[in-house]
Design a protein around this ligand. Sequence first.
Ligand SMILES: *Cc1c(COP(=O)(O)O)cnc(C)c1O
Length: 398
Amino acid sequence: MPGFELFGELEKKQVQEVLETGVLMRYGFDGMRKGQWKALELEKALAERMEVAHAQLVSSGTSALTVALASAGIGAGDEVIMPTFTFVASFESILAIGAVPVLVDVDDTLTLNPAAVEEAITERTKVVMPVHMCGSMADLKALKSICGKHNLLLLEDACQAIGGTFEGKPLGSYGDLGCFSFDYVKTITCGEGGAVITNNEKYKMNADHYSDHGHDHIGKDRGAETHPFLGYNYRISELNAAVGLAQIARLDDFLAIQKKNYTILREALSTIPEVTFRRVPEGGEESYAFLNFFLPDEDSAKKVHTALGNGGVDACFYWYDNNWHYYKKWEHLTNLKSLGKLPQAIYDQLPDYSKTDFSASDHWMGRTISCLIKLGWLEIEVQERAQKMADILQEVWK
Ligand SMILES: *Cc1c(COP(=O)(O)O)cnc(C)c1O
């Protein structure tokens, strides 16, 4: 996945162009910037690549989620449905606007189970937030139909699956809003950065203002602009945007490398009868950022994970109990440990997750192993890795 592995001349050239003008801010300073508008250019390139009308760059993937929710008018006490398996940014972004994260089971897609989503809907539910974890997607067709039926927003977190598609559409563009992260370990990186994409003009305008203190961005005098509503500062800098501009030009090359490496590893693992693969919903194509597979049970998954580590196969994750991407490790959320007082609606409405039954999620996550697909591997290295993985797995069942 990580685009930083292939950081090079293109990135340096883009950054150098910004350094030459010295204008590191994305707004204003028109005279000094000599026609350099890196953030604007990247927004244009991203919207084009993702086949949407609008893209709004922000400072991170987490702030992209916050800005996306805020731009659609989500606020205190609104409920947002999110999966039990995701990065912590999901609930952080929801809590940041005073909304309530409602955790829902994942299925063998390792993303939201549509039937469980439907069961979790209340009169306060406003948003369904599928997270396309580890390179593959939620059943967006089913989720969209549920959202249509209950008049809910579909907000896709595509931070870990940029470049994947569903029914031919880029992930992130299928719902009402989509979010990407360009942090240092994502498929393409800005160092730090993120983006919201949408076809909705109102959401784009709101995101544009909200992410810059509510500035209306009308005219050429920043100091004289009006502020139609409250905002914050989630701006990206021109330096970060410049890196992203170089990286997005390479996205399709990166995806091709991921697919090639993934395919070699998958073919090797396909020879092991005990191994099955994560389900990709019909109509979906992965970004191939990870290879995700199931073992028959929790015991064998643990054994395989340990054996891979001992055998020197790095970057394979067992999320179930050794990582903070699964609800079991979110005590700070379930106990609402915050530095200061949170909005009252969160105390009143957050479900008691110590009593919630997520055994359906446990069933799948307990037997899942995810291996990161790197961009920098040589083909011979991938082949050696594939052989090693197959050997180690065979050994477990001897
Ligand atoms: C990385 C990530 C984010 C947050 O991105 P940052 O840029 O690190 O804030 C959100 N969701 C998922 C699924 C991610 O992997």
